[in-house]
Design a protein around this ligand. Structure first.
Ligand SMILES: NC(=O)c1ccc[n+]([C@@H]2O[C@H](COP(=O)([O-])OP(=O)(O)OC[C@H]3O[C@@H](n4cnc5c(N)ncnc54)[C@H](O)[C@@H]3O)[C@@H](O)[C@H]2O)c1
Ligand SMILES: C[N+](C)(C)CCCC=O
Length: 522
């Protein structure tokens, strides 16, 4: 452990300079002012310049539409280097005791906590969501690392007594080099959700962020390095589908943890199957939120907003099918529309802003297309659903829209069946508990669900019947690191967060010890 710390500290001063060169510009940074030029790959304990500059793709600042940096996809040689670097780190890290790994991870958590405002600012500039939200995302990230640091020292096997004094024991061992592939909506948090349990178990991880949000994963890599992980333990390779494909096919990769759409998840599973790699799939959703007439209405309305409008609606577990019991529909709609209209959309770096910009122009157009389709199919727009142009001139090119509530929805409409991934809430009436449970489950997705009621028996009855990986009772979209998160049905399998995730980043070896003579049958 001491040797690992010494080796890490050799190249520390240079890396620190790089880390601070980006983060130190943050306090004064305003929307529309930042241009990033440092390389975004990271392995062997340092940022690595991309080889194929000619393949560079522009990364846009969602709030302004201007170019923030260039993302250059990693090719086969770069992926090879990153995986080799991760493998070398794995050989050191996996030999350390859990408590030793914990100490380094706790230091990483501390550094993130210390720099939370700067990291949140950078995340907001790259992702477009409000600073209010990215501060929470960064806090969840260090909490995740802290939580798994706590578990690292508890990892152990079992002793099993066998006849004649013989015995067996199990060893909980890491898998090796794991790959993490992330979506654009929670860039730093996804990197933390994958790396913390992987590293606690003794694995190394090569992480590929979304090509639209390449900026903060490399900051996490620098922080891990500064905290003392061996060089290569957390590598970042940039790229899109081609780079992801190289990672999923690589023979030295033991596991792929993927967060993204169902369509890509299927491809990742198929590619990983060829190498019999373990897979965790955190995929999309179209989750139901059931609001019964006996609910506390104000909380139900607040819950519906939390279920639909975080991160401009680009949240996998959002409760976008809002089923409201017919008797309270008028009051619910009046209140939810009033509050939706009051959401302040605009510069995501301002404290007062509650909704920023969508991730890209194509995503904005896609979401507006869903609203138009909903209108054609008979839905009534109660508010929003339009492109939004803030008055601040620097935001004119940003990807903003007004948050939307759709009434007159039916279960067979496109807006009710498909994941929109934008700020669009579809509201549907229901009459009975039995009916709404059947309708809520009538989907191929199964990520989350929610119920608002004052009837405690009903709440638990509904929770049991929901075909989804999570059911929120009288709240929505809270995800403490201590509790597992993941999907049923086509929303994926495997879990992130909670103790159970240790199972997904480790394997059990059984050691059988004979204390007597060998029985010979031959
Ligand atoms: N369940 C969860 O925890 C969770 C969390 C966040 C987002 N999501 C889902 O993610 C989707 C939105 O994110 P997105 O648009 O970034 O998803 P996406 O599927 O387009 O991309 C996700 C990642 O996969 C990579 N990728 C694309 N093609 C690949 C291939 N052939 N092989 C390997 N990697 C490949 C992308 O570059 C990106 O890093 C939504 O469906 C959302 O519900 C799920
Ligand atoms: C932290 N939330 C809001 C539960 C989101 C988890 C990640 C899903 O996109």
């Amino acid at each position: 452990f001491r040797r690992v710390r010494r080796e890490s500290s050799l190249s520390l001063s240079r890396s620190l300079k790089m880390a601070q060169s980006v983060l130190d510009t943050m306090p004064g940074a305003a929307t529309g002012t930042v241009l990033l030029t440092d390389p975004l790959n990271f392995w062997d304990g340092k940022r690595v310049k991309p080889r194929q500059e000619k393949n560079a793709e522009p990364v846009f600042e969602p709030a302004t539409g201007r170019v923030l940096c260039q993302m250059v996809p990693c090719g086969a040689e770069e992926v090879e280097e990153a995986i080799e670097s991760a493998h070398a780190a794995y050989l050191k890290w996996s030999k350390m005791a859990g408590m030793e790994r914990a100490r380094v991870m706790l230091e990483a958590a501390r550094i993130i906590r210390e720099r939370r405002e700067k990291i949140a600012k950078l995340e907001t500039i790259n992702n477009g969501k409000s600073i209010t939200e990215t501060l929470v995302d960064i806090d969840i990230s260090w909490q995740t690392i802290e939580y798994y640091a706590g578990l690292a020292g508890t990892l152990a096997g079992q002793h099993v007594q066998l006849p004649g004094g013989s015995f067996a024991y199990t060893r909980r061992e890491p898998l090796g080099v794991c790959v993490g592939i992330g979506a654009f909506n929670y860039p730093f948090q996804i990197a933390a959700w994958k790396s913390a349990p992987a590293m606690a178990c003794g694995n190394a991880i090569v992480f590929k962020p979304s090509p639209m949000t390449p900026v903060t994963a490399v900051v996490l890599a620098e922080i891990y390095k500064e905290a003392g992980v061996p060089d290569g333990l957390f590598c970042v390779v940039q790229g899109g589908a081609d780079t992801g494909t190289l990672l999923c096919h690589h023979p030295k990769v033991a596991k792929v943890s993927f967060t993204g759409s169902v369509a890509t998840g299927k491809k990742v599973m198929e590619m990983s199957a060829k190498g019999v790699k373990q897979v965790t799939l955190e995929l999309g959703g179209k989750s139901p939120l059931l609001i019964f007439k006996d609910c506390e209405l104000e909380n139900a309305v607040k819950g519906a907003l939390m279920a639909n409008f975080l991160t401009q609606g680009q949240v996998c577990c959002n409760g976008t099918r809002v089923y409201v019991q017919r008797e309270i529909m008028p009051q619910f709609l009046e209140e939810v529309v009033k509050r939706t209209k009051a959401i302040s959309v605009g510069d995501p770096l301002l404290d007062g802003t509650r909704m920023g910009a969508l991730i890209s122009k194509p995503q904005l157009e896609k979401v507006l297309g869903f609203v138009n389709q909903a209108k054609k199919e008979g839905a009534k727009v109660l508010c929003g659903g339009e492109p939004f142009v803030p008055s601040d001139p620097k935001l004119k090119g940003g990807y903003f829209m007004s948050p939307c509530v759709l009434d007159n929805c039916r279960d067979d409409m496109t807006c009710v069946k498909e994941e929109i991934f934008g700020p669009v809430m579809s509201v549907l009436p229901f009459d009975t508990e039995e009916e709404v449970i059947q309708r809520a489950n009538n989907t191929t997705f199964g990520l989350a669900s929610g119920v608002f009621t004052r009837d405690i028996s009903r709440a638990h009855r509904v929770a049991e019947k929901m075909e989804a990986g999570t059911c929120f009772i009288n709240n929505y979209n809270i995800s403490p690191v201590e509790v597992p998160f993941g999907g049923y049905k086509m929303s994926g399998f495997g879990r992130e967060n909670g103790q159970v995730t240790i199972e997904y980043y480790s394997q059990l070896k059984t050691v059988v010890v004979e204390m007597g003579d060998v029985d010979n049958y031959f």
